[in-house]
Design a binder for this molecule. Structure first.
Ligand SMILES: Cc1cc2nc3c(=O)[nH]c(=O)nc-3n(C[C@H](O)[C@H](O)[C@H](O)COP(=O)(O)O)c2cc1C
Length: 197
């Protein structure tokens, strides 16, 4: 049984097109007998970015190697999953700050990564990360204005996750092609990627 961690950062919730893509993937996974899906809705979490006392607490806990402290629950949950799926819209050339705050909470030396004289290395169990997104305009792979997916691909490598796929519905706000058509194509692409999960 594969443990799939499904991270929902679709800020507009039921109005979100990214959420519709995510729901499609979520239902596909639910149909599978080889997957056990755990959902984490970031909008329902009380996530806090690092400042002052919150940062210092982390340093103290790390010095004590107190990895079971509740504040490391996100890092522990992430590092133990077999597969990671992240859904977030394209905002301001990347993704919402809430996802960045979550990632900040994931990066814990001793849980999600390690460090020795050779450098840093990922220690997460997962072997595949999938990023689901929708974008207002069109960004071909490698476009320097698109900094969401390349960043998550780098984070995936940092955590030691070998395979990364991005499924994107592009050009939803341009009015050039029908939204339903673009979304259907993205769902079909997601199905192909899920076949290899
Ligand atoms: C705060 C905000 C920032 C956005 N920034 C961009 C952007 O930089 N480039 C772009 O092409 N679209 C941008 N968009 C449009 C969204 O990417 C697009 O509408 C997407 O489908 C929204 O996803 P959602 O329906 O899941 O919320 C932005 C939308 C919002 C609300």
């Amino acid at each position: 049984m594969k443990k799939v961690l499904f991270i929902d950062c679709c800020i507009r919730r039921e109005d979100s097109r990214t959420k519709k893509l995510a729901d499609h993937v979520f239902h596909r996974l639910r149909e599978r007998s080889d997957c056990q899906v755990e959902e984490l809705c970031l909008m329902d979490e009380n996530l806090t970015y690092f400042s002052d006392g919150f940062f210092q607490q982390r340093e103290r806990l790390l010095a004590q190697k107190n990895y079971d402290h509740p504040r490391f629950r996100y890092a522990n949950q992430f590092s133990e999953a077999d597969k990671i799926i992240i859904a977030a819209p394209f905002w301001d050339l990347s993704f919402p700050a809430l996802l960045k705050v979550y990632i900040e909470n994931l990066c814990v030396e001793g849980i999600t990564f390690g460090c020795d004289e050779t450098g840093m290395f990922g220690t997460c169990k997962a072997d595949h990360m999938i990023f689901l997104t929708t974008r207002g305009a069109i960004y071909p792979k490698g476009d320097p204005m698109e900094m969401g997916s390349p960043y998550l691909e780098a984070m995936s490598r940092f955590f030691g996750i070998d395979r990364y796929d991005c499924v994107a519905a592009d050009g939803l706000d341009l009015g050039i092609r029908p939204v339903n058509e673009i979304m259907r194509e993205a769902m079909e692409e997601a199905d192909r990627v899920l076949d290899e999960l």
